[in-house]
Design a binder for this molecule. Sequence first.
Ligand code: DHB
Ligand code: FE
Length: 279
Amino acid sequence: MAKISSAVFTSHVPAIGAAVDHHKTKEPYWAPLFEGYEPAKAWIKKRRPDVAIIVYNDHASAFSLELIPTFAIGVSDHFEPADEGYGPRKVPAVEGHPELAWHLCESLILDEFDMTIVNEMPVDHGLTVPLSIMFGERENWPLKVIPLCVNVIQYPPPTGNRCYALGKAIRKAVSAFGQDLDVVIFGTGGMSHQLQGERAGLINEAFDKKFLDDLTRDPDALAAISHEKYIRESGSEGIEMVMWLIARGALAEEAVEIYRSYHVPASNTAAGLIILEDR
Ligand code: DHB
Ligand code: FE
């Protein structure tokens, strides 16, 4: 049977992807961040999951104000990197897992989560930067990827509580899939950051570190964080962290922390990474 038994939570700052693409990871600004990623890369290299469900947000690349799905799943076998204004990143295209993706659609929709089914979409830095963080520069990504895209761009985004419940439904769906697959789920985005307005540049280390602690200690408390609190405490883009709750919900309640890194600054963002496994 298929099983989700680990989760990777990480920021997706586009400049981190650019540092990989332009071979700047050893430069003084970037070296401490990338040194913090080494144990995570070693962990996934050893674990070799078959499939990653990557929970991420599109930044007006595949979708725009014309069409704003709250939760969308990519069911294709192929997703190209998006052109975000500088030409597409020169990273491998993503290979999907249509069978598992369609199974997820069926199970989730019958479980009353109204997913949008996507046959074709380019994937932007929200999805490709986490892959670069975990796997570095590659000819091919070493696993199949199911993109699960969440609206955190246009108010109103889904609540943390809804995301946490969706994660639990994903866990149930994957465990009912008849192939033997080790599935890792990625929760991406965050941590605290604000890219716009009077408080641009806001970082809140205390909020971020408590969030990292509570992923194992008290995920229910994280699921109860309101949109107002995200904005107040973690800046206007901190709301991306509701996506971490989908990944958290897909793990066993009794998950254990395997590794974490936290580094400020990475561009305008506090870059956090944490790995949890089922006990
Ligand atoms: C930055 C962070 C993001 O999450 C993003 O989507 C774009 C930019 C930044 O810190 O520059
Ligand atoms: Fe973002």
